[in-house]
Write a protein that binds this ligand. Structure first.
Ligand code: 7GP
Length: 833
């Protein structure tokens, strides 16, 4: 029961609120107060770690006030809210972002300097919040930033993993995984021990007859696990709006122990039960673009979805509105199929608990949900064995069967004689064992389905979801091209470039309206501006070179062309194509006379990215990159002309250092496989050019910045099918330059050839599924053009400036506005203060 407080009292309290600091002196006082009270230390032994803690706590206090006001305002106005359900939020560090978004980084910088610290060192103390694998999780984080910055009433819902994505160490050239325990001290989360939800698993379903004579299902028995909320404030940029990211943590429902067992002397099993419950939110599954059907993963999904829906429904009920208004008040976006059980859970709540009729309930459900697909790779499409769902969630399986029954009835009416159609679109795959197809369930239970770049959205309509376009018509399917937040990926990652841009764009307005970057275009040919621009790029490269020296011991020349490929290691992303290309470059250099060599352009090839622990081929690729580096980097004949670097443990905070330092970045997936890509946008926004295939968002980037500012190569998506077919059924001859590369590897130049034989066999003998050989020649030719182009620095820098000027479209703000208009039907809640 909430205390009811008389209005005059409330008003008095809000007048007397403790004021937030607004300048350097105020900030310093807060830091000292936190060091001496919250941390119980003295300023005399305040080290960097304590200074980080106190600085974070000072900013956290500010955020929490804005957060409270935002929540009050949203509750009071009672407008429609968006809920973004994502199993991954790859947030990175929070402090720098908080300082910039509230506009007090300079105050903090000065204050910390007075106390004897450099702000970069303090920022560097923070552990990344790495609750995600790659693109999908980072997109969710960019969306949260945009939602808050644009004042949308929005919540994120996810899991509070005790272990985020593993830390990667490279030992003797091999990836070694180390657990990422990140919660030692996390000032950015607020445990809400009063916000808990009991989540049921297992058990059985029985039927009862209600007063009105109708039957209802009751799900009973099984076990209960408790979900506890942890809230993370999400500050908008240059606005008081501070939204909430709610992460659920699992806990045994009996409190600390099962006391009965404990008192009976069965101490071990009472502790075991607690541990079993805590296991649910213990660890993030480390696969990117791959689903492996583990029982614990399904438990995670239901646990998170059920807790989130309970919370959403509870909040809706407070408004005392009728169910017919639910979809006018609530929009839920499914970040891929991981939260698809939310569709079934809402139908269950409306049907079994709230007593609505099936059709009425189902109408509400489909109006509420939207589904975003992030990949067409077949190995990533989620399917769960019917038996497993039955065992874990017996009532949900019944509802899934009913959803399928009614859906197939409508399909049958529309396609009377087409049995195959029914088999193809069915939510249940009639295989051995039978499977629940989550993507089909997500489509049937949503009012909109979107892809994440134009090509990808076209591909889902013509391949994996083709039948559904026939069933529902094309309007259910739409495109929302991905975007990135310019706050983190330009202003925070590249402060000097951001400042230079501001000086030509009439201030910082471009950070909220990225299309204002077009004002730069006029300066692309201005020699003085180009010089400043190039100087910043050089400084960023010097910083990266220092980091490379620190962590690998290799000296690289900052004047060389920095060629970067950082992303998850995956055959479809083709790091193997890149490293084969590097070997070819090495062979070419070795074949030259000393005189000829002198004319060549020095290059540094930088790689970074994690391989899923069970992805053997990806680990081989990492090993080859490291093996090649250890030979080339020691070759005195080659010297600065070529260096190969593998940066271990690529993550968000490292990306913030790497993106601003690249001259060229590689986005070279086999056409049709990379749904969008988002790092392509980050690199161009930071004044680098890209080499890439006609895939994902590369296509739209080309359209925006112009063909002459991008290095495209390779086969087109429409030809991939035929080429694969030809490899398998016709003759398949390998590119002759690539054969030379293979020969070199096989001769033992980079260590035991057997270590790399599977990578070569994949191209030579197993159908070259990713078209490495088909694209090799065009890839090498295009790299030659890159070298040629880089020689003319004036023109190169002009291209970079022009490209940045034309990147306005790729802000996640534009993207979020498209979701808001086209899918969620929500409005921003403008703040008057
Ligand atoms: C990724 C896509 O691979 C990437 O192209 C896209 O930019 C990103 O999503 C954001 O839309 N997909 C995943 O990370 C993933 O795991 C399978 O998808 C669910």
């Amino acid at each position: 029961v909430e205390a009811s407080i008389p209005e005059p009292q409330r008003a008095a309290w809000s007048r007397n609120q403790i004021q937030s600091f607004t300048d350097k002196d105020g900030f310093e006082k807060e830091v000292v107060r936190h060091v001496e009270t919250t941390l119980a230390r003295s300023m005399f032994n305040c080290d960097e770690s304590a200074a980080y803690s106190a600085t974070s706590l000072a900013f956290r206090d500010r955020l929490i006030k804005d957060w409270n006001k935002t929540q009050q305002r949203q509750t009071y106005r009672d407008t429609k809210r968006v809920y973004y359900l994502s199993l991954e939020f790859l947030m990175g560090r929070a402090l720098d972002n908080a300082m910039l978004n509230v506009g007090l980084k300079d105050a903090a910088k000065g204050g910390l300097a007075d106390l004897g610290f450099r702000i970069e060192d303090i920022i560097g103390q923070e552990h990344d919040a790495a609750l995600g694998n790659g693109g999908l999780g980072r997109l969710a984080a960019c969306f949260l930033d945009s939602l808050a910055s644009l004042n949308y009433p929005a919540w994120g819902y996810g899991l509070r993993y005790r272990y985020g994505i593993f830390k990667q160490e490279i030992i003797d050239g091999y990836q070694v995984e180390v657990p990422d325990y990140w919660l030692d001290f996390n000032p950015w989360e607020f445990p809400r021990h009063d916000v808990t939800v009991d989540i049921q698993f297992f058990g059985h379903v029985s039927k009862t007859t209600k007063d009105d004579g109708k039957t209802a299902a009751i799900w009973e028995g099984g076990e209960i696990v408790q979900a506890v909320a942890y809230d993370v404030p999400i500050p908008g940029y240059d606005t008081p709006t501070t939204n909430n990211l709610r992460l659920w943590s699992s806990k045994a429902s009996g409190g600390e122990f099962d006391f009965q067992k404990f008192n009976n002397g069965d101490y071990e099993s009472s502790v075991a039960e607690q541990q079993r419950a805590e296991t649910i939110s213990a660890v993030l599954y480390p696969n990117d673009n791959l689903e492996r059907g583990k029982e614990l993963r399904l438990k995670q999904q239901y646990f998170w979805v059920a807790a989130s829906l309970y919370d959403i429904v509870r909040r809706f009920k407070k408004s005392k509105r009728g169910w017919n208004e639910f979809a006018d008040q609530v929009a839920i976006q499914l970040n891929d199929t991981h939260p698809t059980l939310a569709i079934v859970e809402l139908q269950r709540i409306l049907l079994d608990i709230e007593g609505l009729e099936w059709d009425v309930a189902w109408d509400i459900v489909t109006k509420t949900f939207g589904y975003t697909n992030h990949t067409v790779l077949p190995e990533a499409l989620e399917k769960w064995p019917v038996g497993l769902v039955q065992y874990l969630l017996p009532r949900h399986l019944q509802i899934i069967y009913d959803i399928n029954l009614y859906f197939l009835q409508t399909v049958e009416k529309a396609f009377p004689k087409d049995r195959d159609m029914l088999t193809r679109v069915s939510i249940i795959e009639e295989s051995q064992p039978k499977m629940v197809r989550m993507a089909h369930l997500a489509i049937v239970g949503s009012h909109k389905v979107n892809g994440v770049a134009e090509l990808h959205s076209d591909l889902i309509k013509t391949t994996i979801f083709k039948d559904f376009v026939e069933v529902y018509g094309p309007d259910k399917f739409t495109n929302v091209t991905n975007g990135i937040t310019p706050r983190r990926w330009l202003h925070q990652a590249n402060p000097r470039l951001s400042e230079l841009i501001a000086s030509k764009c009439g201030g910082n307005g471009f950070l909220k309206d990225l299309t204002q970057l077009n004002r730069l275009e006029a300066h692309a040919k201005d020699a003085a501006f180009r010089r400043e621009w190039a100087e910043i790029k050089y400084a960023n490269k010097v910083r990266l070179a220092k980091h490379i020296k620190n962590v690998t011991g290799v000296t690289v020349n900052p004047a060389a062309l920095f060629d970067v490929q950082v992303k998850r290691i995956h055959e479809y992303k083709r790091q193997q194509l890149n490293i084969f290309g590097v070997i070819h470059r090495y062979l070419t250099l070795k074949g030259m006379s000393v005189e000829e060599r002198k004319k060549q352009l020095p290059r540094v090839s930088v790689f970074g990215g994690k391989a899923a622990p069970g992805y053997w081929m990806a680990k081989q690729i990492i090993h080859l990159i490291n093996a090649v580096g250890s030979v080339i980097n020691k070759d005195e004949e080659i010297g600065d002309l070529l260096k190969v670097i593998f940066l271990e443990d690529y993550n968000v905070s490292k990306a913030e250092m790497i993106c601003p330092a690249s001259d060229l970045s590689e986005h070279i997936s086999t056409a049709g496989t990379e749904a969008s890509g988002t790092s392509n946008m980050k690199f161009v926004l930071n004044g680098g050019l890209i080499i890439g295939t006609c895939d994902g968002a590369n296509i739209e980037i080309t359209r925006e910045i112009g063909e002459s500012n991008i290095f495209l190569f390779g086969n087109l998506a429409e030809d991939v099918e035929d080429l694969r077919h030809a490899h398998n059924y016709g003759s398949h001859s390998i590119d002759s330059d690539l054969e030379k590369v293979f020969g070199t590897i096989e001769s033992g130049t980079f260590g035991t050839p057997h270590d790399f034989s599977a990578m070569i066999a994949a191209v030579r003998h197993h159908g070259d599924y990713y078209l490495v050989s088909d694209d090799f020649h065009s890839y090498m030719e295009t790299h030659r053009l890159v070298d040629e182009s880089y020689r003319n620095q004036d023109e190169w820098v002009s291209k970079c400036i022009t490209s940045v000027a034309r990147m306005g479209f790729f802000s996640s703000d534009r993207c979020i506005n498209e979701y808001a208009d086209g899918i969620w039907n929500v409005e921003p809640l403008v703040v008057q203060e």
